[in-house]
Design a protein around this ligand. Structure first.
Ligand code: FAD
Ligand code: SF4
Length: 424
């Protein structure tokens, strides 16, 4: 049974991405009791799936390692993974949260040796790699996962594979009798940090993501570029594994469009500029854009990428993509709005810079909260002691998400301090 000790001076953080982790650590390091509830089997969120960060092109692993070390050292922080908040009742200073915890089937004895994974046969699409490639039915979600503890896929429970995994484990870490649990605990303030998800590219019909193998999304390209990813860092075409010689990035794929997301996702321009640095200098790169949104300190990075000889910019909203059946190349059709020329340009690979939308649907929020037209949380007084952090409030880069999360931690601390002052 999962034990959570909490009072109405505890801060509940929902979502353990970079924003939730930041808010939780900032609050815990001031001495507050914090419970962080994360639905995945590990914390870190979507930045764990990025290869590099713009504009410095450094690796997210560095910041993740620091946060993991801070979390391990702090007894005030209790992280509950594979868990979702299903209900929050009450008011600022006095909330009761209901949390559903899914079984991991692996307990704290796990040393992450990997023997269970070797023993099982069943394989599943690898969600960490946006379903490029497979993972085993017993798996560590990614090499830096925190906690460093394996997971059994619920689909193998009751099969021979589950027993094989249990038999292979020398430290008795596999518990096939684990059950789903529902727990309830108190909290004085809530930080909502459930982040974002990529816009579903299948909905952008003219771009053919559902039918053209060599049309992929920007989040998939991150995984492909990562040497620890499914292709070992080789930038290759999904259709035939051929190394790419030309790649097109399509901006605003699903953003700033009345048929899809109305808002500008802000990050996609910077993400594509960064991704234009991933291939070797011999690879031709074309960026199809409406306007490049690189503000403040990002302008320099834009100018650096623009100066690269292998990168060209085509000012155009691509109208449609058609597959050349002979060679599998996607052909982009549209009008270049600088020269007003029609084009039909072939590339080896097309990357859709998909928009960012809130990960939790408006209808599924388990707490009364003010949400705007795009589904992001508004900073409204009616939210009481519930504060948004990071991308649950808007499409933000990591720097802005972390600053926002720090602000949310401060507001939550003020609420529980008021509780302490009244009760003390
Ligand atoms: C293609 C691409 C490239 C990018 N590259 C960069 C870059 O180079 N540099 C940069 O600064 N930014 C980059 N970004 C933006 C960056 O990914 C975000 O700023 C960052 O992920 C925000 O973190 P977050 O914690 O707010 O959200 P998330 O990373 O989405 O984390 C949210 C967490 O909440 C969890 N969660 C969701 N729902 C629930 C629930 N109901 N209950 C419990 N837990 C839940 C999720 O599992 C997740 O762990 C990029 C974005 C894209 C699309
Ligand atoms: S569950 Fe057991 S066998 Fe599997 S990684 Fe953990 S310790 Fe190793």
């Amino acid at each position: 049974m999962t034990e959570v000790i909490a009072t109405n001076e505890t801060i509940l953080v929902v979502g353990g991405g970079i924003s939730g982790m930041t808010a939780a650590l900032e609050a815990a390091e001031t001495g507050k009791q914090v419970v962080l509830v994360e639905k995945r089997p590990y914390v870190g969120g979507r930045v764990t799936q990025l290869y590099k960060y713009f504009p410095k092109l450094c690796f997210p692993t560095c910041g993740l390692e620091i946060n993991q070390r801070r979390a391990k050292m702090n007894p005030n922080l209790n992280i509950v993974t594979m868990a979702e908040v299903t209900d929050i009742k009450g008011e600022a200073g006095d909330y009761t949260a209901t949390v559903k915890i899914s079984p991991r089937y692996v307990n704290e004895n796990c040393t992450a040796c990997g023997d269970c994974a070797k023993a099982v046969e069943a394989e599943f699409d690898d969600e960490f790699n946006y379903n490029i490639g497979k993972r085993k039915g017993a798996y560590l979600p990614h090499r830096m996962a925190h906690p460093q503890r394996y997971v059994l896929d619920p689909a193998i429970i009751g099969s021979d594979d589950a027993q094989k995994a249990k038999d292979a484990c020398k430290v008795n870490a596999i518990d096939l009798d684990m059950q789903e649990e529902t727990i309830e605990f108190k909290a004085g303030a809530v930080i909502w940090a459930t982040g974002w998800k990529p816009y579903d590219a299948n909905k952008i019909q003219p771009y053919g993501y559902d039918r053209i193998a060599n049309v992929i999304t920007s989040v998939e390209f991150e995984r492909m570029a990562d040497p620890n990813g499914p292709t070992g860092g080789k930038l290759q075409r999904p259709s035939d594994g051929k190394e790419i010689k030309s790649v097109a990035f399509i901006q605003c794929a699903g953003s700033r469009d009345k048929n899809h997301l109305l808002h500008c996702s802000r990050i996609c321009c910077m993400a594509s500029l960064k991704q234009a640095t991933y291939p070797a200098d011999e690879v031709d790169i074309s960026i199809y854009y409406i306007d490049i949104r690189a503000i403040d300190r990002f302008e320099d990075f834009y100018q650096t990428v623009k100066a690269k000889e292998n990168v060209s910019f085509i000012k155009s909203k691509v109208a449609s993509i058609v597959e050349n059946k002979e060679n599998g190349n996607p052909t982009l059709h549209g009008v270049d709005t600088e020269g007003y020329n029609r084009y039909a340009n072939e590339h080896d690979l097309v990357v859709l810079a998909v928009g960012m939308e809130p990960s939790v649907d408006k209808a599924s929020f388990p707490v009364e909260i003010v949400i705007n037209e795009e589904g992001f949380i508004e900073p409204a007084p009616e939210n009481g002691g519930v504060f948004a952090a990071g991308c649950s409030s808007d499409a933000l880069d990591v720097n802005r998400a972390v600053q926002h999360a720090t602000g949310a931690a401060l507001r939550a601390i003020q609420v529980v301090n008021r509780v302490a002052a009244t009760e003390g």
